[in-house]
Design a protein. Structure first.
Length: 191
């Protein structure tokens, strides 16, 4: 994968965490330190899940080499479509999370895991492509850390609506990356 594709993928994987962070920031009004802690939780979890997906994908890669580009396209299209679908749904009380309490850390971790499931699916697709998962996972984790921290602070100021637009753009970008992978593997696009 090219550095540009990795950057787009990292941003795309981070937008749902960004959207959740904007929502949490709007409801919890965190301090800067609280936003950084939330960014670390989201970033670490978002970096681990593609590694898990990649490992599962490697186990199955030998069986599906002839159709790996279709699988990568399908997974990215489904994840991107889901992100667009979620962005179009009205915000619910669940998307913002509970008020700060003793269980606030667990609520934060659960939200981070929920927003990182798509990264596991992308990790499966990356295994079929033979991509360097360590660099990609690190980029996804760092990007998620930065965007979540920023999203928490933005949420204090602008509320939930902005996060939905970011999630929609991320979904469109994932579908674009999947389409590019498919076109390149079918030989329809020459660099």
């Amino acid at each position: 994968m090219t550095p540009g594709t990795i950057a787009i993928l990292s941003l795309s994987m981070s937008t749902d965490a960004f959207a959740a962070a904007v929502g949490r920031g709007a409801s919890h009004r965190p301090s800067w330190q609280g936003a950084v802690r939330a960014g670390m939780v989201f970033g670490v979890i978002e970096a681990i899940t593609p590694l898990i997906g990649w490992t599962l994908g490697l186990l199955a890669a030998g069986f599906v080499q002839q159709v790996d580009h279709w699988i990568a396209f399908g997974l990215l299209a489904v994840v991107g479509g889901k992100m667009i679908w979620e962005a179009r749904k009205p915000a619910s009380a669940d998307s913002v999370g509970p008020s700060p309490s003793r269980s606030a850390l667990w609520a934060l971790v659960a939200t981070a895991i929920g927003t990182s499931i798509d990264a596991a699916a992308v990790g499966v697709g990356l295994a079929f492509l033979g991509a360097n998962i360590w660099i990609i996972a690190a980029c996804i984790g760092l990007t998620t850390f930065a965007l979540t921290t920023i999203g928490m602070m933005i949420g204090r100021a602008v509320g939930v609506r902005f996060g939905k637009w970011a999630e929609m753009i991320g979904g469109l970008a994932l579908i674009g990356v999947g389409t590019t992978i498919l076109i390149e593997h079918l030989g329809l696009f020459v660099r």
